[in-house]
Design a protein around this ligand. Structure first.
Ligand code: 5GP
Ligand code: MG
Length: 472
């Protein structure tokens, strides 16, 4: 079964002067978004009215090694994608950009997010004669857009948005346009940047920094941005009262040097750590964080509590995110390969250890054990988000219900399972406080089971694929 539940990174560039090479921009932009997906990478370009693309399994630097990028030099427009999927078969056919042809043209599409009504839409399209080449929901979107594209690409995207339920931040490229689309809830981030006269779209602002572009603004929930010869146009295609930006972007997913809706990801994490210190103080000798994603929260905790920050864990720099390993055995091995206790700093010490989240519990259990083996006297775990109690249906693979340690266990039971002296989690209210300046409301479904859409109802409509995927 192929995974339909995944987080990804999208990028797009529309070149308007010779200040940049579009191929370089998309390469380095994707490189900066690598943390959002390590499974496959792909780029599509438009040059002299023709669309070309290349995609493969692997990291950006592996897929586009040697002189592969040189073949893309001279592009006017480019879009790129990194894909992350953690369960099921991963195949290059499911990599993006998806390139589809329609009567009068070709379009390339990159998508971050997850449709909850993909299966129903797909069945409907298949009954109407459509043939699918992949198992990803993105192809449903591409199909819907291509069907009506002869009437005009923007009109077609607007009509398509009427049909889509779920999350999508997308870049769409035709031979002469770059288009950015963000779903009405604004569930996934998407920002607009500029370098000289050229425009950039990216999942995260850190990608702008990587290519010396400046941040212009976030694409609004429900907005379509069209960049072409005629300049830049905005359509408020699906304005929505209700917004639901994924709070997990701030907790774990995004880079700390990115800003989402103007809110620093690092800042939000640091605040979460400070709040943890206020709510759950404990006497200890050192505060430490699980590298890398929990370090800002750990700094926040240390500053607020006045307890000195010390590195308790050393990290192997040459290893990626451990979730990549689908088997539990490999996952456990993965933690040990990735992290090791710094005996010098923890021996005989009472340690407060901060992590950003506990999902399956594998990491925490291994780490507590490592610290004890290295002579730590006490280990107090503090988590800068609430227990993950429910799967994500909108694009982050937080594992199936059965695998979530927080779904069935009380905090005290989890404490016992991971072997810590004490354990406390930040509340959902406190967590949402940390990023509220952005002005959007949040989806915190994985922490609260309250989703911004009637997930069960939508998925009930023959959406068996996704239900199975989530292990329901
Ligand atoms: P656990 O071992 O409890 O399953 O995972 C918790 C650890 O995984 C935490 O250190 C956290 O930083 C990280 N984590 C949380 N969510 C995700 C995710 O969606 N993908 C990956 N790769 N890691 C995650
Ligand atoms: Mg971690």
């Amino acid at each position: 079964m192929d995974s339909m539940n995944e987080e990804c990174g999208v990028f797009g560039v529309y070149k308007n002067d010779d200040f940049i090479e579009a191929a370089d921009a998309v390469f380095f932009g994707l490189y900066a978004l690598q943390h959002r997906g390590q499974e496959s990478a792909g780029i599509a370009i438009s040059r002299n009215g023709r669309i070309d693309n290349y995609k493969d399994m692997g990291l950006v630097a592996e897929v586009f090694k040697g002189d592969r990028m040189e073949e893309f030099y001279g592009a006017k427009i480019a879009v790129g994608h990194v894909r992350y999927s953690t369960t099921g078969r991963s195949a290059v056919t499911n990599a993006q950009p998806l390139v589809v042809s329609y009567k009068s043209g070709t379009l390339a599409l990159t998508h971050n997010g997850n449709l909850i009504n993909a299966s129903g839409l797909r069945t409907e399209l298949e009954e109407d004669g459509a043939i699918f080449q992949t198992t990803i929901d993105t192809e449903v979107i591409a199909n819907l857009i291509a069907r009506q594209a002869n009437e005009g690409i923007i009109e077609s995207i607007i009509k398509t948005m009427d049909r889509l339920k779920g999350s999508y931040a997308m870049t769409v490229m035709t031979k002469d346009k770059l288009i950015g689309v963000r779903d009405p809830l604004g569930n996934r981030p998407l920002s607009l940047g500029r370098i000289n006269e050229s425009y950039i779209l990216a999942s995260e602002t850190a990608a702008f920094d990587a290519i010396d572009a400046e941040y212009v603004r976030d694409i609004k929930p429900g907005e379509i941005i069209e960049i072409s010869e005629a300049g830049i146009k905005s359509y408020m295609a699906k304005p929505s009262e209700k917004t639901a930006l994924c709070i997990f972007e701030y907790v774990y997913f995004a880079r700390p040097d990115s800003y989402i809706e103007g809110v620093s990801v690092y800042g939000a994490r640091e605040k979460a750590g400070a709040l943890l210190a206020k709510r759950f103080p404990v006497e200890a000798d050192i505060v430490s964080g699980v590298p890398d994603s929990a370090l800002p929260a750990a700094m926040g905790y240390a500053e607020e509590s006045g307890i000195i920050y010390k590195k308790a864990l050393a990290k192997n720099r040459y290893i990626g995110r451990t979730f990549i390993q689908p088997q539990q055995y490999m996952r456990e091995r993965g933690v040990k390969i990735k992290l090791n206790a710094l005996r010098r700093n923890v021996e005989g010490k009472r340690v407060i250890l901060i992590d950003d989240s506990i999902v399956r519990g594998t990491t925490s259990k291994k780490i507590v054990e490592m610290l004890r083996n290295a002579g730590a006297k006490e280990v107090h775990m503090r988590i800068s988000s609430p227990p993950v109690i429910s799967p994500c249906y909108f694009g982050i693979d937080t594992a199936s219900h059965e695998q979530l340690i927080g779904a069935k266990n009380s905090v005290e039971a989890i404490r016992k399972l991971i072997g810590a002296d004490s354990l406390a989690y930040l509340s959902a209210e406190d967590l949402l406080e940390t990023a509220k300046e952005g002005g959007l409301d949040f989806c915190s479904g994985c922490f609260t089971r309250e989703y911004p859409m009637d997930v069960e109802h939508e998925m009930g409509k023959g959406n068996k694929l996704i239900l199975e995927q989530n292990g329901q």
